[in-house]
Ligand binder design. Structure first.
Ligand SMILES: Cc1ncc(COP(=O)(O)O)c(C=O)c1O
Length: 382
């Protein structure tokens, strides 16, 4: 008998880790694997959270989190998306988007039920669906189609067991952003087939053209959507582990019940920090966005100067999904070669699913100097 459960053993190890774990073996690596803002949390957020802790915000909170924070999130979605979520019934605060997603899947998935997700995908979706006893169903998306999961592509993968569709706009790893028309098409499938949509919106503020639109705001979609969001990327608060989910009261009630058994609540201090971020964080968000824009333009210029590689310019998030097909090697081999010979770390596209083969995920959440240095080195070995 194995000491560890089948549940945990079936979970694949994230391919992102392989390159990451090798980095310390080399000197002076430019690390473009990074999946988080390189900025520190704005100092006023840290200061006010510290003050809140000193004033006694150091206890458990309600399972769903501080009501004040839920009220602010409700305001935000009213203002930005025109939809109302009742703070006391339809919002739960979680330990990052990660836990929001985990509680959602544990709440809605019965063993054997299927969850559609776009390939390439963020690997944690697959792992969490498996933990919940569900079956991940990967629907290919293509660079030529902007990496978007279209209704047409979903249709052949629907079965009587399909329960939910996960969408992630802007996307990690591809940087794609769904248009209103594309969201409407997915919404139509969800309504026709009675499916739940899990909409991971944690990069919503890192968009280079236009504004984020939540699928939950489309007609008839609010009751069948679970919105997942986070303070991690928007406010450079990854280590605070604070996020949230929005959904129908039946779902949120069960998620809050489960929260009691998973973590009791999200950190009280982080919740206080999140309140400050929502109230006073807009300028900081805008400043960080401007910096990402400069870096995105720079990395696109560098890629342009390198004929062996290409990419679809990302419309959101801070990743390039770099096409390396001309190099005629697997994405793992190219990532290893670039690490060993150029001391530039990237993530093999195959870590994000079959469709990711032939690509590398390159993060531009690093300084402009590092971007330039990395591409000089890459051109050097090419
Ligand atoms: C697409 C996506 N969703 C969710 C998360 C998790 O974010 P959090 O830090 O809020 O748990 C990440 C983090 O990398 C992500 O890229």
């Amino acid at each position: 008998m194995n000491i560890c459960s089948d549940r945990v053993l079936q979970i694949p190890r994230s391919g992102i880790r392989e390159i990451f774990d090798l980095i310390p073996e080399f000197k002076d690596v430019v690390n473009l694997c990074i999946g988080e803002p390189d900025f520190t949390t704005p100092s006023f957020i840290i200061k006010k959270a510290f003050e809140a802790a000193q004033s006694g915000a150091t206890h458990y909170t309600a399972n769903a989190g501080f009501l004040e924070l839920r009220e602010q999130i409700s305001e935000k979605y009213k203002e930005e998306q025109g939809i109302h979520y009742a703070p006391d019934e339809e919002i739960i605060i979680t330990m990052g988007a990660m836990e929001a997603l985990f509680l959602s899947l544990m709440t809605i998935i019965n063993p054997g039920e299927e969850v559609i997700l776009p390939d390439p995908f963020w690997p944690n979706y697959e792992a969490q669906i498996l933990i919940a006893g569900g079956k991940p169903v990967f629907v290919p998306t293509k660079e030529e189609e902007g990496w978007v999961l279209t209704a047409e592509r979903i249709m052949p993968y629907l079965t009587s067991k399909t329960k939910a569709i996960i969408i992630n706009s802007p996307s990690n790893p591809t940087g794609c952003v769904y248009s209103l028309h594309q969201l409407e098409q997915i919404a139509r499938v969800a309504k026709d087939k009675n499916l739940i949509v899990i909409s991971d919106e944690c990069y919503e503020k890192i968009i280079y053209e236009g504004k984020h639109r939540s699928i939950a705001s489309l007609e008839g979609m609010q009751p069948r959507t679970i919105v997942i969001n986070s303070f991690s990327k928007t406010y450079a608060m990854t280590g605070w582990r604070i996020g949230y989910a929005l959904g129908s009261k039946d779902i949120i009630k069960q998620m809050a019940k489960l929260q009691e058994d998973v973590a009791s609540c999200a950190s009280s201090v982080s919740q206080k920090a999140a309140i400050v971020a929502l109230k006073e964080g807009n300028d900081s968000v805008e400043k960080m966005l401007q910096r990402y824009k400069v870096r995105r333009d720079l990395i696109l210029e560098e890629i342009e100067k390198t004929p062996e590689i290409s990419c679809l310019p990302p419309r959101g998030a801070f990743y390039i999904f770099l096409n390396i097909k001309k190099l005629n090697q697997s994405s793992r081999d190219v990532a290893l070669k670039w690490l060993k010979e150029a001391r530039v770390a990237t993530v093999p596209g195959s870590s994000f699913g079959k469709e990711g083969e032939g690509y590398l995920r390159v993060s531009f959440s690093v300084s402009e100097d590092k971007i330039k240095e990395a591409f000089e080195r890459i051109r050097g070995i090419l």
